[in-house]
Ligand binder design. Structure first.
Ligand code: SAM
Length: 283
């Protein structure tokens, strides 16, 4: 009898451990285990990401590219930063928009997700470039982008408030910020904000005129504008805005397949797939 109880107890313990492991790694997508685990999971999952998401081109135009182009109208050539770009959803949608004449920089910390972004949209051939770097420390000067976006990603970050401040820092006064966040977060409690909380965080980061709306059923989409006014930046290229992560105000200069900091001489290479590998310079 005691043997049977021991076996049942052990079985229950193993089942409990398996359930917690499943919740931590699968159901909550690693969000409670820190940035490394989240990025490791995205690296593993990158190949399947587009298939699972099944983004539909017409909807991406209708719900993403069109509203952004309307928000900045009449400017046709915005400089756009998409943080946690994944497989390049936003750069692709904007590049497929009939009126878009701007330039989009996509950044992400999953090197594998970026590899698929580069397959989806060829950097440099199109109006886009991709950089491997973290959202927490963006390699750009203050006040330089006309539009900054961060879609379906803040919930995966360990310091989302700090990332939000970083998004606001690089946005120019009068520029447009767009974020989306999951609403149905039963599997990851405490990882998303209510509309009221987001709008309050926006205000603390200098983002005004915030508007929140339900988006694509499971998400909340929140817009705002950086307080103040400035002239549109326009379609600059990466050479005009990329800075060294070690010496923040020092530009990175392109030299063939390499990018070199003028101050510390740190070098980032461009991968064969066109991704600029800045992340090693952060270490
Ligand atoms: C759900 S995907 C969203 C991708 C894309 N924005 C979209 O809407 O399809 C979340 C992305 O956030 C990225 N990510 C998570 N934490 C990050 C961080 N700290 N810095 C940069 N990217 C991060 C992941 O690598 C992943 O590509």
């Amino acid at each position: 009898m005691s043997d049977l109880l021991a076996v049942v107890g052990l079985g229950a313990l193993l089942a409990g451990v398996a359930a917690i492991g499943w919740w931590l790694l699968v159901a909550s997508e690693g969000v409670y285990l820190g940035r490394r685990v989240v990025v490791w999971l995205y690296d593993r999952f990158a190949q399947k990401y587009d298939g699972v998401k099944g983004y539909i081109r017409e909807y991406e135009q209708m719900y993403l590219a069109d509203p952004i182009m309307k928000a900045i109208a009449p400017q046709p050539d915005p400089l756009v930063l998409d943080v946690a770009t994944g497989t390049g959803r936003l750069p692709l949608a904007l590049n497929q928009h009939r009126a878009f004449e701007g330039f989009v920089i996509g950044v992400d910390l999953s090197r594998e997700m970026l590899r698929y972004a580069s397959r989806n949209i060829h950097p440099y051939d199109e109006r886009a470039a991709f950089i491997w770097c973290p959202a927490e420390q963006l390699p750009f000067p203050d006040d330089c982008f006309d539009v900054v976006t961060c879609l379906e990603a803040l919930e995966f970050m360990t310091q989302p408030e700090a990332v939000l401040r970083e998004l606001a820092r690089v946005l120019r006064p009068g520029g447009v910020l767009l974020i989306t966040q999951r609403i149905n977060t039963r599997m990851m409690p405490g990882k998303t904000w209510s509309s009221g909380q987001i709008l309050e965080l926006f205000e603390h980061s200098g983002i005004v005129d915030g508007q929140a709306q339900i988006w694509q059923v499971d998400y909340r989409k929140v817009w705002g504008t950086k307080a103040g006014d400035s002239l549109p930046t326009g379609a600059l290229t990466l050479e005009d805005v990329l800075c060294c992560p070690r010496c923040p105000d020092s530009p990175m200069r392109r030299d063939g397949d390499q990018w070199r900091c003028e101050q510390c001489q740190g070098v980032a290479v461009t991968g064969k797939d066109g991704i600029i590998e800045l992340f090693p310079l952060y270490r």
